[in-house]
Design a protein around this ligand. Structure first.
Ligand SMILES: NC(=O)C1=CN([C@@H]2O[C@H](COP(=O)(O)OP(=O)(O)OC[C@H]3O[C@@H](n4cnc5c(N)ncnc54)[C@H](O)[C@@H]3O)[C@@H](O)[C@H]2O)C=CC1
Ligand SMILES: O=C(O)[C@@H]1CCC=N1
Length: 263
């Protein structure tokens, strides 16, 4: 299957590496576009795939075309590829750009899938939500889900949930990294070397997420397991409640979703 990427930045590279590692396409079946020859050279050398100068060439080449540029560039890119629209599937990664908005620019019959991935895709631990328009068949959606499965977990959602997904998994790695930095800062303040502090903090966060996913337990139950009576953890929990951790996260995430709706 021929797969194309318009834009070859952080997300596209993560996806391409997953797709190639999962043997879902060979190197010769993946093409990405880039504006400069220097970037195209890197695409050929580092990813071992085909590089194109024009976005239209990618749209003409591929059966599945990932739109992997920032939302601000969508208008320009869609105008460029509009003449090449036929029966290929367009997979958008952009927050805020609705299927209706994309369809207006690609034409009524265009096959469109809207996704929201995240950067843990770079290590095969991504979380991607997808929704589709009516022109995309169930089999075609399944084929795109299979590609996304190569770099993490995948779930179909209704389009009304995509902005929510942007808040809870698309953008949330940034909040988690802030939390990790803060934990490491505290450990450094108490004398631990920084690199070691990052290892301990990151392993604790990864292990906690794994524990929740694998046991299926409520996070409150898992929190209670850590809090011994008159122990150390409940002291930290008390301060986090006092400083409004939960409220800060809820407010932050809702601001993120509000921004996505306005893009
Ligand atoms: N980075 C993230 O955590 C996530 C990003 N997204 C979305 O994925 C999309 C891609 O994001 P990133 O990979 O982070 O961005 P990026 O900035 O790393 O990559 C975009 C690439 O597109 C290139 N580009 C810009 N204009 C172009 C044009 N007209 N033609 C061809 N290439 C062009 C840029 O030079 C750049 O290499 C965006 O819509 C973003 O909102 C979605 C979920 C998570
Ligand atoms: O910040 C952004 O707009 C993108 C969407 C989700 C993660 N990064």
């Amino acid at each position: 299957m021929k797969i194309g990427f318009i834009g070859c930045g952080n997300m596209a590279k993560a996806m391409i590496n997953g797709i190639l590692a999962g043997n879902l396409a060979s190197h010769g079946e993946v093409m990405a576009s880039a504006k400069t020859e220097a970037t195209r050279q890197k695409i050929r050398e580092q990813l071992g795939i085909l590089a194109a100068e024009s976005n239209r060439e990618v749209a003409e080449y591929a059966q599945i075309v990932f739109l992997a540029v920032k939302p601000q560039f969508f208008e320009e890119v869609l105008a460029e590829i509009r003449p090449a629209v036929r029966q290929q599937i367009f997979v958008s990664l952009a927050p805020g750009k609705t299927i209706a908005w994309l369809q207006e620019r690609l034409g009524d019959g265009a096959k469109i899938i809207r996704t929201m991935p995240n950067t843990p895709a770079m290590v095969g631990a991504g979380m991607t939500a997808l929704c589709k328009n009516e022109a995309v068949t169930q089999e075609e959606a399944a084929a795109v889900c299979a590609l996304c499965d190569s770099f993490g977990k995948t779930e179909m959602v209704s389009e009304s949930m995509i902005d929510v997904v942007t808040g809870v998994s698309g953008s949330s790695p940034a909040y988690v990294f802030m939390f990790l930095e803060a934990m490491a800062d505290a450990a450094v303040a108490d004398g631990m070397p920084r690199a070691q502090a990052y290892r301990f903090a990151a392993q604790a966060v990864m292990g906690s997420a794994k524990l929740m996913l694998e046991t299926g337990e409520h996070p409150g139950v898992l929190k209670d397991m850590v809090c011994s009576p008159a122990g150390t953890t409940i002291e930290a929990v008390r301060v986090l409640e006092e400083k409004g951790l939960r409220s800060a996260v809820i407010e932050a995430q809702r601001a993120c979703v509000k921004k996505a709706k306005g893009l």
